[in-house]
Write a protein that binds this ligand. Structure first.
Ligand code: SAH
Length: 354
């Protein structure tokens, strides 16, 4: 794992860590204020810390975890993808999306992914390792600093939303992801002070982990990557379905919705002639009708070597129409970042930086 970082620790642990360095405990609060409150990471800018201890504190509590290797932007700067190198050479990507009313960052929770969904670029190379809590949090803090500098044209300066929809399966890295959610939502300066409701955790449907999340008492939005309403097809598209079937994963999602009062977001990538038939729309509508759910259709984003394509627009429109006719709120996700390989399922972090 990477070096320990302030963002791995809760406030009490930070004080203990600072005391271990022979420093006064209130220095922990000062460091937290710099990192989470002011989004400052350069020790030279921490002028309220005595110069003699500044470098030592920063080195021990704020080690550099993410080195930008490549930054790509599109949509006139409103979409940015950063490729990061981690301390051990692993590569991960995160994406920022600026909208008129919000700034969203899409973070990675693992280097690679072990879930092997055949239409997703990240899934093709397998899992390298889990990210630490701080490696997850630091992706957000980095982008929050960019937003705060006013660099996202036409968007607020405050980063407000986080989606765990980058590389990796967040619920397969459960304790670190939950810890990261706490760091992101604890009020400043202990954390970044985001609203829990503005955080979305997306999963292939690891049933025991969803149950654990339900008991956690958080009110984050749960997104479930369903992609097929029937087990036969879902076994292929989302291989973990071979272990936890559609009916079981949906029941678990409804229990989450009931506990939190939050609508579950059902993710459905529209794949031409694979999962986009009218009968599948009707079956999906039956499964979801009357539930606390909405469907987010994602036009399939092309990935290298994939045999699959996005559904044609008229097919997509008919799918939407049938779901809405069944009373299921349905939206089609935009394909932000496609041209920089930053859209859903395109994060691969390969062949770069050399
Ligand atoms: N592992 C988590 C989060 C990462 S992916 C999960 O599966 O939910 C975020 C979303 O993008 C998931 O719904 C995923 O299935 C979808 N996705 C993956 N590859 C895609 C592609 N090529 N086109 C469109 N969506 C894709």
């Amino acid at each position: 794992m990477p070096p320990r970082h302030l963002a791995d620790l809760d406030p009490a642990e930070r004080r203990a860590a600072v005391a271990d360095l022979g420093e006064r405990e209130f220095r922990a609060g000062q460091l937290s204020t710099h990192y989470f409150g002011r989004l400052v990471r350069d020790p030279a800018a921490m002028t309220d810390l005595p110069a003699a201890t500044r470098a030592r504190l920063a080195e021990s509590m704020l080690p550099s975890l993410l080195t930008p290797v490549r930054e790509l932007t599109c949509d006139d700067g409103a979409t940015r993808k950063t490729l990061w190198r981690l301390h051990d050479g692993s590569l991960v990507e995160s994406v920022l999306m600026g909208y008129p009313d919000r700034v969203t960052v899409c973070v990675s929770s693992q280097a690679g992914c072990g879930m092997a969904c055949p239409f997703c670029a990240t899934g093709q190379a397998g899992l390298t390792r889990n990210l630490s809590t701080a490696e997850i949090v630091d992706q957000v803090v980095s982008f929050a600093a960019i937003a705060a500098s006013g660099a996202i044209p036409g968007s607020p300066a405050r980063l407000s939303h986080v989606v765990f929809m980058g590389m990796g399966e967040p619920l397969a890295n459960y304790p670190r992801v939950i810890n990261a959610v706490r760091r992101l939502t604890d009020p400043a300066p202990d954390g970044l002070g985001l609203s829990q409701r503005h955080i979305t955790v997306s999963t292939v449907g690891l049933v025991p982990a969803i149950r654990r999340l339900t008991a956690e008492g958080l009110s984050v939005t749960l997104a479930l990557s369903l992609h097929a309403p029937d087990d036969e097809l879902r076994d292929e598209l989302v291989p973990v379905n071979q272990r936890w079937k559609v009916a079981e994963v949906l029941d678990t999602a409804w229990a989450y919705a009931e506990q939190t009062g939050r609508r579950v977001s059902i993710e459905y990538a529209m794949i031409r002639d694979v999962n986009d038939q009218p009968w599948r729309a009707d079956l999906l509508g039956e499964l979801l009708s009357g539930r606390l759910a909405h469907v987010n259709l994602i036009p399939l984003n092309p990935t290298p070597g994939s045999r699959w394509d996005a559904s044609p627009k008229p097919v997509e429109r008919e799918f939407v129409r049938r779901l809405r006719a069944a009373g299921v709120p349905t939206t089609v996700r935009d394909t932000r970042g496609r041209e920089i390989d930053g859209a859903c399922g395109q994060l691969a972090a390969s062949g770069v930086g050399q």
